[in-house]
Ligand binder design. Structure first.
Ligand code: NAI
Ligand code: MG
Length: 354
């Protein structure tokens, strides 16, 4: 049998991306080597804010074309003081997500060893947020209009398609079926009277078709925000529109103790295009260049990448080694420890090779 081969495009990007991405790469290489019989090649892309300063673009004109052949994309973060955040975001991340139809944004939330939830009395947390990633509230339809009399109005339209809603609901329903068999759908159909009742209807239909045994609960987004804080165990898998999912996933990540440990995957579940794996955090300019960034979010994202590629054994080895390292008390400064990015990574690699 020929050796399975994978090509990963890797964009370390800005700030601590330059520190946590090499760390995660070392861990992936160790896990893949330990599994034997897999060939994994990194294609390094020096895109981001430096590239923008040199060329006026975050990435080259043909970037998306050249990435299309990749099996996956690993991203650190983009964003630097002095360059507007919408330039960095719309110049790199959004085109990647949309061109490659990465319509599922997956955010697992767990309380890892060594992390403390800001919630009193919570010592265990395990849920997944499935956020719609390419349509909904984040559309470019709208504009500013002058009214007679001198007033100005800004209009921003949301766009929900049946197919776009159904496919994210299908993904969430299957995931729910593989876990506790419950799915929460975030809604606001009492106040947003066109798109949200449509969302509710399509989600309910899709779940009934895809996974009839999954128990679906529709919860108003404001009540759900409160519920997540008061009863974080009431949800297991949550499916939400682009905006609601964005807010909920940051809320849920905060419940897990540190932004430095929150991973994410932007998935094209059909695998017709590469999927993207990146930490939830940004480029952290306040600590960049000091070698103290927590690489856990990046390493966990890399583990999600390996499982998406079907490399379940190295994915689990990577995740388990990371958790074992944290359990042994090796923690970076954000979690109250004194490990550096490098010493933490050394410990994970040693654990994988044990
Ligand atoms: P941030 O996530 O970069 O930092 C927030 C706080 O968390 C900072 O105090 C930082 O030091 C800390 N932090 C973040 N990651 C950490 C880690 N791995 N270990 C230890 N501490 C960590 O968010 P901020 O400051 O709002 O944004 C900084 C830049 O990053 C901006 O330009 C923003 O646009 C960009 N950004 C990019 C994202 C992406 O590329 N996907 C996502 C979020 C922000
Ligand atoms: Mg966000």
């Amino acid at each position: 049998m020929p050796e399975p081969r994978f090509t990963i495009d890797v964009i370390a990007g800005d700030g601590i991306g330059q520190e946590v991405v090499p760390a995660a790469r070392r861990c992936v290489d160790a896990a893949v080597a330990a599994a034997a019989g897999i060939s994994l090649t990194w294609r390094e892309r020096d895109w981001g804010s430096d590239h923008y300063r040199r060329t006026g673009r975050m990435m080259p004109v043909d970037a998306l074309e050249t990435m299309a052949s990749a099996d996956a994309i690993m991203l650190g973060a983009v964003g630097e003081p002095g360059i507007p955040d919408d330039v960095t975001l719309w110049g790199l991340l959004i085109p990647i997500r949309r061109t490659f139809d990465q319509y599922v944004n997956l955010r697992p939330v767990r309380l890892l060893p060594g992390t403390t939830s800001p919630l009193r009395g919570i010592d265990e947390l395990d849920l997944v947020i499935v956020r719609e990633n390419v349509e909904g509230e984040y559309s470019s339809i709208g504009g500013r209009f002058d009214r007679p009399g001198g007033d100005t109005v800004a209009v921003q339209e949301s766009l929900f398609s049946r197919s776009g809603t159904a496919r994210v609901a299908r993904y969430a329903a299957r995931l729910a079926a593989s876990r506790r068999g419950t799915l929460v759908s975030a809604t606001k159909s009492n106040g947003i009277i066109h798109t949200m009742p449509f969302w509710d209807e399509v989600v309910a239909e899709t779940v009934a078709e895809t996974a009839p045994d999954v128990r679906l609960r529709s919860v108003l987004i404001d009540a759900l925000a409160a519920e997540l804080v008061l009863h974080p165990h009431a949800s297991d898998v949550i499916v939400a529109s682009n905006l609601f999912g964005d807010i909920l996933s940051d809320l849920a990540a905060a419940l897990a103790g540190s932004i430095g440990v929150a991973p994410s995957a932007s998935l094209n579940p059909e695998r017709t295009h590469p999927s993207l794996f990146e930490p939830v955090h940004g480029s952290a300019p306040d600590i960049a260049g000091r070698g103290v960034a927590n690489p856990v979010a990046q390493i966990w994202s890399a583990s999600l990448m390996l499982s998406h590629l079907g490399l379940d054994a190295p994915a689990a080895a990577l995740y388990d080694a990371m958790v074992a390292t944290m359990s042994a008390g090796t923690l970076t400064g954000d979690l109250g420890g004194d490990a550096t990015t490098e010493s933490f990574t050394d410990a994970v690699v040693a654990e994988i090779e044990r």
